[in-house]
Write a protein that binds this ligand. Structure first.
Ligand code: C2O
Ligand code: CU
Length: 467
């Protein structure tokens, strides 16, 4: 009977071995066929769209239109750090609304290959820069030309979407500023917040950074959170307003003075400050600040406790989308459960109760009004980002949005929180819908929005690792 304990142990271990074995991720995924299709209560066999065969690579900007802005971005790697044209953050990409922008990416030295994704900009699908979904990663020595029309003014950013949890953390990123057609007298100050190891930086520098703004100037501070977690910004020495979130202006924003603004990972917040004669200071979590109106500047103040709550900030304004009846309704329910992903045991994220790669494809046809309920009971917060579309927040935990229309592409969904959002499916393609705490995405917190009839010839495989 000496074999009994061994047999019992084997009986215990066998199911685990089987679970690990059965969870092994196949080497290659077709992004148009992975996981399971979720039709959100809408039609499954749309007679026009489901029989089409539209290749992602054909979803481009007008190829015959000449570019208004044309730049070349060279990417390089130095250990765990990455640069664009020799610096991190890379150059600010500036254009005016309506411009056709052409960026030629030349990968001089990123060993695993790279891409550029235009976070928050609703580019045509072939220009979205997701390795294995909308293109192949650009190998060392290779190049790829992105062309898209800047159709909305606002603050955005670009970053790698190949092994993004390493390349973005290592600094392969930069700001995008799309100015409105009518030039106003506002001084523009993009602020890229990024943490390089333990160095918390503002535009690549630690501590205090001085702006060129002078007393009397009105400054639009375009704060971009390129890190994996929520951050905060606040102003001292002057009154201020939060005038835009994720590239969209807010309607009649009130004074935010004495409060702080939270910025979701991947998100942007534009603060408007008129600089008094004594100057003003914009502070950011992590001991960083931007001085407006010259040195020595006003003293730093502690982070305010009170937060600007976007659910009720600014004045309401009717939108067609908020009134429209949805054609499809999806849920994106984030949980966590022990098990195996890719043969590895862990405490893995789940989407609608299932683990990667068994994740939903949210199926739509062009023109659909889509409602999505994003809820989180995973014990952690998740900054959720949908590519190629902007979301309108309808409600949080059942309380309707009562302020300015709140459009977002990077929405902080705290543990225990539910958001109802709406969007119009007006940009055909295959679009990632993932957590922008990028290690979470690499751990499987990714799903996608899938237009019926669209096909991808790219594959998520050894060479293409979008997250
Ligand atoms: Cu800014 Cu899919 O990412
Ligand atoms: Cu997350």
């Amino acid at each position: 009977m000496r074999w009994l304990p061994a047999a019992a142990a084997l009986l215990l271990v066998m199911p685990l071995v089987w679970m690990a074995w059965s969870s092994r991720i196949p080497g290659t995924y077709d992004p148009a066929a992975m996981g399971y299709a979720d039709f959100g209560g809408g039609s499954r066999h749309d007679h026009v769209w489901s029989h089409r065969n539209i290749a992602v690579s054909t979803l481009t900007a007008d190829p015959s239109r000449p570019a208004d802005v044309s730049v070349e971005f060279h990417t390089a790697q130095h250990g765990h750090r990455f640069t664009v044209n020799g610096s991190s953050p890379g150059p600010v990409l500036r254009a005016t609304v309506g411009d056709l922008i052409e960026v030629r990416l030349v990968n001089d030295g990123v060993r695993r290959g790279t891409t550029l994704h235009w976070h928050g900009i609703d580019v045509p699908n072939a220009m979205d820069g997701v390795a294995g979904v909308t293109q192949d990663a650009v190998p060392m020595g290779g190049s790829f030309t992105y062309r898209w029309v800047a159709d909305r003014a606002g603050t955005y950013w670009y970053h790698a979407h190949q092994v993004s949890h390493e390349q973005v953390r290592g600094g392969l990123l930069g700001a995008v500023v799309i100015s409105p057609a009518a030039t106003d007298t506002v001084v523009d100050e993009p602020v890229v917040l990024h943490r390089y190891g333990s160095r918390q930086t503002v535009n690549g520098r630690v501590g205090q950074v001085a702006s060129s703004a002078k007393p009397g100037d009105t400054v639009r501070v375009r704060v971009i959170n390129t890190d994996n977690a929520l951050t905060s910004a606040w102003v001292s020495g002057a009154a201020y307003r939060l005038v835009a979130v994720d590239g969209t202006d807010l309607n009649e924003p009130g004074l935010a003075t004495g409060k702080r603004v939270q910025i979701t990972a991947g998100g942007r917040a534009d603060l408007l400050v008129t600089v008094p004669s004594a100057g003003a200071r914009v502070s950011f979590a992590g001991g960083r600040s931007l001085l407006l109106g010259g040195l020595p500047g006003v003293p730093a103040v502690r982070q305010p406790k009170e937060v600007v709550d976007l659910l009720g900030y600014g004045a309401p304004q009717a939108t067609d989308l908020a009134r429209a009846t949805p054609d499809r309704t999806f849920r994106y329910d984030i949980g966590r459960r022990p098990g195996f992903v890719g043969g590895k045991p862990g405490w893995w994220w789940t989407i609608n109760g299932r683990r990667f790669p068994d994740v939903p494809m949210f199926m739509v046809t062009p023109g659909d009004v889509v409602h999505m309920r994003i809820s989180n009971h995973s014990g952690r917060s998740h900054p959720m980002h949908l590519h190629g579309h902007r979301l309108l927040v309808l409600a949080r935990n059942g309380t309707a949005s009562s302020g300015s229309p709140w459009w977002t592409d990077s929405l902080e969904v705290a543990d225990g929180t539910t958001y109802d959002v709406a969007f119009v499916a007006d940009n055909p393609g295959i679009w990632m819908d993932h957590c922008h705490n990028l290690p979470h995405a690499a751990q499987g917190l990714v799903a996608h929005l899938m237009y019926m009839g669209v096909r991808s010839s790219y594959r998520i495989s050894g060479r293409n690792q979008p997250e």
